[in-house]
Each structure stands twice: as structure tokens, then as C-alpha cells.
Design a binder for this molecule. Sequence first.
Ligand SMILES: NC(=O)c1ccc[n+]([C@@H]2O[C@H](COP(=O)([O-])OP(=O)(O)OC[C@H]3O[C@@H](n4cnc5c(N)ncnc54)[C@H](O)[C@@H]3O)[C@@H](O)[C@H]2O)c1
Length: 250
Amino acid sequence: MTDFEGLVAVVTGGASGIGLATANLLASRGATAVALDLNPDVKDPLTGIRADVSDDESVKAAIDEVVERFGRLDVVVNNAGIGSQGDVAANSDDEWLKVLNVNVLGMVRVSRAALPHLRNSPSAAIVNTCSIAAWAGLPQRALYSASKGAVYSLTLAMAADHVREGIRVNAVAPGTADTPWVGRLLDSAPDPAAERAALEARQPHGRLVSADEVAGAIAYLASPLSGSTAGTILAVDGGMHGLRLRPQQS
Ligand SMILES: NC(=O)c1ccc[n+]([C@@H]2O[C@H](COP(=O)([O-])OP(=O)(O)OC[C@H]3O[C@@H](n4cnc5c(N)ncnc54)[C@H](O)[C@@H]3O)[C@@H](O)[C@H]2O)c1
């Protein structure tokens, strides 16, 4: 499939996990795919450019560099994000500001810098990485959930603002996905195997989501073939958001 042939895509957080799988998939379907990351260490055919989405100057410089080197910008995947644990009382103001700065304002900064270029594209799309945490109340994730709830609403508002300019905005909402991030979380649990089993059991399909499955959904939303899809939040969570199964009979 070569639906991204001739298009230039940037993926923030594109050097690991969901972002890396997405950048590779877009490249395999014809895109010039650029990973914008704090650690932009990616292999051919990807290009890595260092960018910190929490720093406006860094974001502007990275988007300028993409357009200078590749001549255009068609697809933005706002995927960089960081986690935080605890209930509403667990984190300091500084921690709240840090996570919201990366997870929400990071998307604002990258979109703001990209919009003038996206307006010149016949196939412009933005895809934001939201989370099941925007929809479902998960324990000990107050700050992270608030950040992803903001991403959910921001996606809809952006979709409304830009659809008539020909820029489609959508989001994916993954369940717990098997990425280096979740690997780190599991490694820090007192009993990693039990923690993994609990996370798998929480999702109706009984396993973690793969980064490639999320990448597939992002590519679907970003593709010029999806020209009528705007303002959609696509769950990639094994049914966790929408399904209510009866307990499994043993
Ligand atoms: N893994 C999951 O279970 C899961 C579930 C739902 C949503 N998500 C979301 O998916 C996205 C990617 O998560 P992942 O699991 O692939 O994580 P990951 O840690 O494997 O990758 C995240 C990447 O983002 C980069 N990054 C972090 N801060 C950055 C910054 N300030 N500027 C630029 N790059 C930065 C990191 O260097 C890393 O390469 C995040 O937005 C996360 O909230 C993940």
C-alpha cells in the first residue's frame, strides 16, 4: 500500500514505542517519516530530529528544519507523552505543570508550528495520541488522565476549527500497550508478572495492545484514503472502553 507516497509526516515521540511503530508504518506506505524526539536515534528509512515538545523554540526549529529539508509537511502525529502515577493529592504543582506541559501543550506547540504548512497540503491530517484514561476512570492516574481528557477535548475542538481548511484532526485512544514505557512500569512493580497479568485481564481481549496495532489505527486516520474522517477518537483497547463482558467461566 502506498497511500502516503509523496507525503511528509512528523511523529513526535517517534523514536520509541507507538511513535516508532507509526513512523515505520508510514514510511513503509510511502511517506517521508520524521521522528521528532528528545532522543531521535532512529534507523533508515526514518529521519530523526531532536525536539523537545515542552519547549516552543525547539519545536519551531524542528518543524522549520523538516520543511527546509523535505519541502513540505502533510501529516502530524502528536504522540509524545509522559506518565504520572497517584491520586489527585499525590503530585506537586510542578509535577502537574510538567505533565500537562508535555502531554497537552506539546500538541499545541507542534500543531501551531505545523498549521501554516498543513494548509498548503492537499492531504493534511493531524492525529493525536489520547488514551483509554480519557474515557475510563483508572486508579492512581489522576494527573495522566486529566492530561488525556484534555487531549480528547482538544482533538474535537481542533477538528472543528480546521476541517473547512482541509485539515482533518482525529485521535487514537489506546488501552495499555506493550511499549518500553509499560515495560518500565512493569519492571518497577513489586511483582512484574502479576502486574502484567492484571493489566492483561483488564482488557476484554485478554492481552496488551501492540504498538503496531496502534500504529495501524493512526495510519488509517492520517491516510488520504480517510478523507471523510474528522473529529473521531478511535479506541484501540481490545474493547475496554465499550464492552461489558460477564466474568469468564472456568
Ligand atoms: N503505552 C501505553 O500503554 C499507552 C496507552 C495509551 C496511550 N499512550 C500514549 O502513547 C504515547 C506514546 O507512548 P509509548 O508507550 O509509546 O511511550 P514510550 O515511552 O515508549 O515513547 C515515548 C517517546 O516520547 C519521547 N518524549 C517524551 N517526552 C518528550 C518531549 N518532551 N519531547 C519530545 N519527545 C518526548 C520519548 O523520548 C520516547 O521516545 C504517549 O502519548 C502515551 O501517553 C500509551
